[in-house]
Design a protein around this ligand. Structure first.
Ligand SMILES: *Cc1c(COP(=O)(O)O)cnc(C)c1O
Length: 485
């Protein structure tokens, strides 16, 4: 089945096309490397200035300009002002540098462009994802009979879990089929429990699921920024006594700002007493499982009914790469749907599994390849070293600032996030962060107990203690400059 026409820019078996593409990849990499510049994380350009440049690029020319001209414009206008995630001066978010072997995976993923919805759109892709999901359930301590699916990110993994939990609760406890009939008459009584500092995707998920923000009960946290378990139990008991329907709780393994880890084992006991689903949001903390030293801190992921794991955070894989894992494979059946054109029942009976039946998405990327290639390339000990470095860097940074009279550091880190402030007030801290950004050093900012804080999320294993010392010194200097204008 050989075509006769050959588009020179459409991947095919033509050797000319392949040679041309090889050259394009080489040129693209050269452009990328030329833009690495001085090691800083950001050019420091002002947003209005950047908007002007970008708007000058044009949209859709009547006639194509050819790849070289476009690459040149891209290198000139866009690449210099992209965020350079590999820079050790980049430390604000759960947003990581990427492992080069997984950039190669991305190239494979794009070249083949297989899709995860049906077996005939990705035969080996389907089988590898299934195999990786089985491995992951074991890695995170879930028993046989568990299952999972790759997703676009932690937010989608979380909404998947909450939807599965809600649908099961309605079916088993209220005798109501949400998939067929929509929300039950008593839907306004459904309640989800999660800490006041858990990820906002819980609120968004509740909204998308038709229950609104009102269904999300925020549990206060203790001095270590973990769910106050006694308060959680009280809230559930009071709500149940007043006729509300507590159906789900969320334990966060690594809160987005502080990296704090909830006591999922204690929460499990309360959930069991009240017939509730326990979801573990380990979008951040899942990486710790690779560490011999710190893996214990997240081992209670194994007591959860569902778990969110992100590979585009601590695991340093390119965006996007995430999974939802469930203790009971049937939980994901809420997504089952048979379309005549896509996933016929008779094919599935013959072993042609179609993953669309477990996912919110239809067309879906083969992200599992990145996990496979990175796991095999580095092994668990290779990842363990990356994680240990991140955790130990955070401990070092915390140790420095907590002993320093110029700073306040309210929470000792359990993972790789440190939140602290210069003494001198909110405005001073805001100014210092902006000044650093303009210099190309990107740090985060959040609020703790009503006070503006500087936030560091240390994921880059190339960051050294000297690098940490340098940024602390720079913050101190800027603090003096901004404080005494
Ligand atoms: C990052 C994060 C999320 C959201 O994940 P995305 O991959 O950004 O959608 C959810 N929960 C926690 C705790 C997170 O840190």
């Amino acid at each position: 089945m050989k075509g006769t026409a050959t588009d020179p820019l459409l991947l095919s078996e033509s050797e000319d096309v392949q040679e041309r593409f090889r050259e394009m990849v080489r040129e693209t990499l050269s452009s990328v490397f030329r833009s690495f510049s001085d090691g800083s994380a950001f050019s420091g350009i002002d947003p209005y200035d950047l908007r002007g440049k970008v708007n000058g690029l044009g949209f859709l020319p009547e006639h194509g300009r050819g790849f070289e001209a476009v690459l040149e414009d891209t290198e000139r206008v866009i690449l210099p002002h992209l965020l350079r995630t590999w820079s050790t001066d980049y430390m604000p978010h759960l947003h990581s540098p990427v492992l080069t072997e997984t950039i190669c995976s991305e190239l494979i993923i794009s070249c083949f462009n297989d899709s995860m919805d049906s077996w005939d759109q990705g035969p080996a892709a389907t089988e590898l994802e299934e195999s990786m999901v089985r491995g992951l359930t074991g890695l995170f301590g879930l028993p046989g009979g568990s299952d999972g699916c790759f997703t676009s990110g932690g937010s989608q993994s979380n909404i998947t879990a909450l939807m599965a939990a809600r649908d099961r609760y309605c079916r088993e406890r209220l005798g109501w089929d949400v998939r067929a009939d929509g929300l039950p008459p008593d839907f306004g009584k459904l309640r989800i429990y999660t800490s006041e500092i858990s990820h906002f995707s819980m609120d968004k998920a509740s909204h998308i699921l038709g229950m609104g923000y009102a269904a999300v009960r925020k549990i206060p946290v203790d001095e270590k920024c973990r769910v106050d378990v006694a308060a959680f139990e009280r809230m559930v008991e009071e709500d149940a006594a007043s006729g509300l329907l507590p159906f789900c709780a969320v334990a966060t393994f690594g809160t987005t700002d502080f990296g704090s880890i909830d006591d999922a084992t204690a929460m499990r006991g309360i959930c069991d007493r009240h017939g509730m689903h326990l979801h573990g949001d380990a979008a951040y903390g899942s990486g710790l499982i690779m560490s011999d030293r710190y893996g214990d801190r997240v081992s209670a992921m194994s007591v959860c009914d569902s778990v969110t794991v992100d590979f585009h955070k601590m695991f340093l894989l390119p965006i996007s790469c995430s999974a939802i894992l469930v203790r009971d494979a049937d939980l994901l059946r809420c997504f089952e749907f048979h379309a005549d054109y896509l996933n016929r029942v008779e094919d599935e009976e013959d072993g042609y599994i179609n993953l669309v039946g477990k996912s919110m998405q239809t067309t879906r990327r083969f992200d599992a390849l990145k996990v496979y290639m990175a796991f095999q390339t580095r092994g668990r000990d290779g990842f363990g070293r990356i994680i240990d470095t991140a955790v130990e860097n955070a401990a070092y940074l915390y140790d420095r600032v907590s002993k320093d009279g110029d700073f306040v550091a309210p929470v000792e880190p359990e993972m790789s996030s440190v939140v602290f402030a210069l003494k001198g007030g909110d405005e001073l801290n805001r100014k210092v962060r902006r000044r650093l950004l303009a210099e190309g050093t990107v740090i985060g900012q959040t609020v703790k107990d009503g006070k503006v804080m500087l936030k560091f999320t240390l994921l880059n294993p190339n960051l050294t203690h000297e690098g940490i010392d340098a940024v602390i010194d720079r913050i101190r200097t800027l603090g003096c400059e901004c404080g005494n204008p």
